[in-house]
Design a binder for this molecule. Structure first.
Ligand code: PMM
Length: 296
């Protein structure tokens, strides 16, 4: 079997100084701002269904320091039902075009090749595929033909029943191995190695304990030699950690400080970027991290 590790991955440099590995992580971690044009996403569902509101929020995130605006038209929260491809495309495509026209880098958060193709046509340059190419066999071809970047997230099944799939021997080793299989499939389909970004997929077929373990071992994903994206923003495991004495989780809107802490830990681990709702706060945290890192 061909090695799917990127050249230079796994050497001492890659582990101890991940920022020196070409392509693995930029000196300045990227901030991907979340823009869900859905009625039912767990944090921002229903807020940006209006075209003007969506574009304004994307622009604001750009002004606040987002390097990428991640536009999604289908909720992936646990238990969510699917929408059809036509609905999904119609939610996102004009917003992608408007943000791209304004000079913003746009990623399309979709598992569908047809939606990705329409968004790329409208100006998206990154496909953020939470299924890592598993949900739609045509996705690899769309990515290979258009030459866009492709976020391969770890995934085991659609949202309706994904939590039933949260069973691992060793979550870090298993998620890494399954991601390496997705990399191999992408390369076999002609996708350029340089265009791949990996994401351990917090909350997708993962328990809270799995999320903590993956976060604690994020450097092992960085050591694979690909840029690593980390998506913890406001997720339930943070709400559980901060729950009250009766066990009630902290509400979604009050998980921001915890999210920022996880983002800084991800920067420390060498992540290429973080996918977040609060771009302004994350940009401040990044400035602190960069100022500290500059003295090392
Ligand atoms: N999480 C969500 C949606 N898309 N994409 C990537 N690459 N990584 C993630 O962790 C991720 C994602 C779910 O969160 P949301 O409902 O706030 O968008």
């Amino acid at each position: 079997m061909r090695s799917v590790r990127a050249p230079g991955a796994g050497n001492v440099d890659a582990v101890t100084t991940p920022h020196s590995v070409p392509g693995a992580a930029p000196a300045r971690p990227q901030i991907m701002g979340i823009l869900n044009i859905t009625p039912d996403s767990f944090s921002d569902g229903g807020r940006y269904l209006d075209f003007g509101d969506a574009v304004a929020h994307g622009e604001q995130m750009g002004a606040d320091g987002a390097d990428v605006i991640d536009v999604g038209g289908e909720s992936t929260r646990p238990g969510a039902e699917r929408v059809d491809a036509v609905t999904e495309t119609s939610r996102v495509v004009d917003v992608v075009a408007a943000l791209a026209e304004r000079g913003l880098t746009v990623s399309i958060d979709t598992t569908r090749a047809a939606v990705a193709a329409a968004a790329i046509e409208a100006g998206a340059t990154i496909v953020n595929d939470v299924s890592g190419g598993l949900a739609d066999p045509d996705m690899a071809r769309v990515v290979a033909d258009t030459g866009v970047r492709w976020v391969l997230m770890h995934w085991r099944g659609h949202s309706a029943d994904m939590q039933l799939l949260a069973r691992y021997e060793n979550v870090v080793a298993d998620v890494k191995a399954e991601l390496e299989d997705r990399v191999e499939a992408a390369l076999d389909n002609g996708v350029d190695r340089e265009n791949l970004i990996l994401d351990p997929g917090l909350g997708f077929a993962k328990s809270a304990e799995h999320n903590w373990r993956l976060s604690a071992h994020l450097d092992e994903f960085v050591a694979l030699g690909y840029p690593v994206l980390f998506g913890s923003s406001r997720k339930t495991y943070l709400g559980r950690l901060l729950g009250d004495e009766s066990g009630k989780p902290r509400p979604v809107g009050q998980r921001e400080a915890a999210t920022l802490a996880t983002s800084v830990l991800a920067f420390e681990a060498g992540a290429w970027g973080v996918r977040v709702h609060d771009v302004a706060g994350t940009a401040d945290a990044r400035a602190v991290w960069l100022a500290t890192n500059a003295q090392r």
